[in-house]
Design a protein around this ligand. Structure first.
Ligand SMILES: *Cc1c(COP(=O)(O)O)cnc(C)c1O
Length: 397
C-alpha cells in the first residue's frame, strides 16, 4: 500500500499497466473488462487510435499557451459544443467541480448584473453530487463529504428530489437558481422525472431564476443523447460537462446562453490550464467520434439491449439484485446485497464496475463497447451473482 499518497481513496490492490478498447491489462498480466471506464470518463475506451493520434500530434506541436492568446482548438471545440446544444458560449476548465464552480458563479453574477445582487443562493437536491471543492460539497449537501471541513459554504439550499411543494417553499428572495443532474450518477443512477425537470424550468422562467444542469456524468453521449437534456426536452440556461468530454484527458466545460454569459466579461473568471491546446485536441477528437452520424443512436440501441439482458440476469438472481435503471450506457443495478460485495465478486470475474449511493452498482462501459463485450459482461455478472448466492447459502446452513 502507498506510503506517500493521501489515503482519500480505499483502493483495490491492483494496478493497470495497459489498455486496449474495453479491456485493461493488470500488472499481474490478467485482462479485465472495463465497465467502469474510469467512472464514465473513457468514452472511447482505452487507447482509441483517433484520440491517441490527436494528443500525440498536438503534444508534438503545441501543448500549452495561456488564455492571454487566441487558441484555435478552443474556438473550434466551443463552436462544436454550441452547435450541438442550446449554448452560445463556453468556458473551459479542467474538471467537473471546476465547471460547476463556473456555473454557480455565472448564475450569481447574472442575478447581480441585472440588479438582484441579493439573489445568490442555489437550490440543489437530495442525492446530488457536484464535486469536491468547498462550494461543491456544500452544493451536494452530503454530510459525509462536509464533515470536518469547517463551516459549510453559504449559498446552497437542498430540497428532496422530486418534491415540487418543498421546492416552491424553498424559493425565496435570495434564490438565484437551481442546479440538478438529469440523472443522478454518484447518488445511485436516479433518473429525474421529466415532469420535475419541466417544473424547474417553469419556476425558473416565472422568477427569472437560472436553471443549471450538471451533465458532468450524463454528457457527451453517455445516455444516448449528446447531452441528456436533449432526450428530456427541458433546456437549461447553463450546463456543465466534463468526465467523458476528454475521453481520459482532464477537461471541464461550462456551457451557457448569451443571456447568462453576458456579465462574464474579461477578468471575471479564469483558469491557467483550462482550454489549453492539448485538452482541446483531446476533446475535439472525442467529438469526432461521438458526433459521427449514427453513433449516439447506436449508444441508445446498445443501452436498450444491454438493459434487457440485465433485467434477465436480475430475474435469475432475485436474492442478489432488485432492479436495473438508467438510460443509454449509464445504468445502475439496485442490489439486495451490499454493492461492495457485488463489485468484489465482479472483480473476481475480471469485470470492473463501480459502486454508487443507494445500494447501487453502476455499469458505465465505454460507448464503443460491442455486442460481444456486453455478452462478456453479462456472463461475468451471472458468475459473480452465483458466487454471492453460494455465499448466501453457506451462511444459511
Ligand atoms: C464526477 C462528477 C462531478 C465532479 O467531477 P470532478 O471532475 O471529479 O470534479 C460533478 N458532478 C457530477 C454529476 C459528477 O458525476
Amino acid at each position: 500500500m502507498s506510503k506517500a499518497i493521501l489515503p482519500t481513496y480505499a483502493r483495490t490492490d491492483i494496478s493497470f499497466v495497459a489498455g486496449d478498447g474495453v479491456h485493461l491489462r493488470a500488472n499481474t498480466g490478467e485482462i479485465y473488462l472495463d465497465f467502469g471506464a474510469g467512472i464514465a470518463v473513457n468514452a472511447l475506451g482505452h487507447n482509441h487510435p483517433i484520440l491517441v493520434q490527436a494528443i500525440q500530434s498536438q503534444a508534438a506541436s503545441l501543448m500549452h499557451v495561456s488564455n492571454l492568446y487566441q487558441i484555435e482548438g478552443q474556438e473550434r471545440l466551443a463552436r462544436r459544443l454550441c452547435a450541438h446544444s442550446f449554448a452560445d458560449k463556453v468556458f473551459f476548465a479542467n474538471s467537473g467541480a471546476e465547471a460547476n464552480e463556473c456555473a454557480v458563479k455565472m448564475a450569481r453574477r447574472y442575478q447581480a448584473h441585472k440588479g438582484c445582487p441579493e439573489r445568490f443562493r442555489i437550490i440543489t437536491f437530495s442525492g446530488a453530487f457536484h464535486g469536491r471543492t468547498l462550494a461543491m460539497i456544500a452544493a451536494g449537501g452530503q454530510e459525509k463529504h462536509l464533515q470536518g471541513f469547517g463551516p459549510k459554504v453559504d449559498g446552497f439550499d437542498q430540497v428532496p428530489v422530486g418534491d415540487i411543494e418543498a421546492l416552491k417553499n424553498c424559493i425565496g428572495p435570495e434564490t438565484a437558481g437551481f442546479m440538478i443532474e438529469p440523472i443522478q450518477g454518484e447518488g445511485g443512477v436516479n433518473p429525474i422525472e421529466p415532469t420535475f425537470l419541466l417544473a424547474l424550468r417553469d419556476l425558473a422562467d416565472k422568477d427569472d431564476l437560472v436553471l443549471i444542469f450538471d451533465e458532468v456524468q450524463t454528457g457527451v453521449g453517455r445516455t444516448g443523447y449528446f447531452y441528456a437534456y436533449q432526450g428530456v426536452g427541458v433546456t437549461p440556461d447553463i450546463l456543465t460537462s466534463a468526465k467523458g468530454l476528454g475521453g481520459g484527458f482532464p477537461i471541464g466545460a461550462c456551457l451557457a446562453t448569451d443571456k447568462m454569459a453576458a456579465p462574464m466579461v474579461a477578468g471575471t473568471h479564469g483558469s491557467t490550464f483550462g482550454g489549453n491546446p492539448l485538452a482541446m485536441a483531446a476533446a475535439n477528437a472525442v467529438l469526432d467520434v461521438v458526433l459521427e452520424p449514427g453513433f449516439l443512436e447506436q449508444v441508445q440501441e446498445k443501452g436498450l439491449v444491454f438493459k434487457q439482458k440485465l433485467a434477465g440476469v436480475i430475474d435469475e438472481f432475485p436474492s442478489v439484485f432488485e432492479l436495473v435503471r438508467g438510460q443509454g450506457l449509464l445504468l445502475g443495478i439496485k442490489m439486495k446485497v451490499p454493492p461492495a460485495d457485488m463489485v468484489g465478486a465482479c472483480f473476481e470475474e475480471k469485470l470492473l464496475v463501480v459502486p454508487a449511493g443507494g445500494d447501487v452498482v453502476r455499469l458505465l462501459p465505454p460507448l464503443i463497447a460491442t455486442a460481444d463485450d456486453f455478452d462478456e459482461a453479462i456472463a461475468s455478472l451471472e458468475r459473480a451473482a452465483k458466487r454471492l448466492v453460494a455465499r448466501q447459502e453457506e451462511l444459511q446452513i
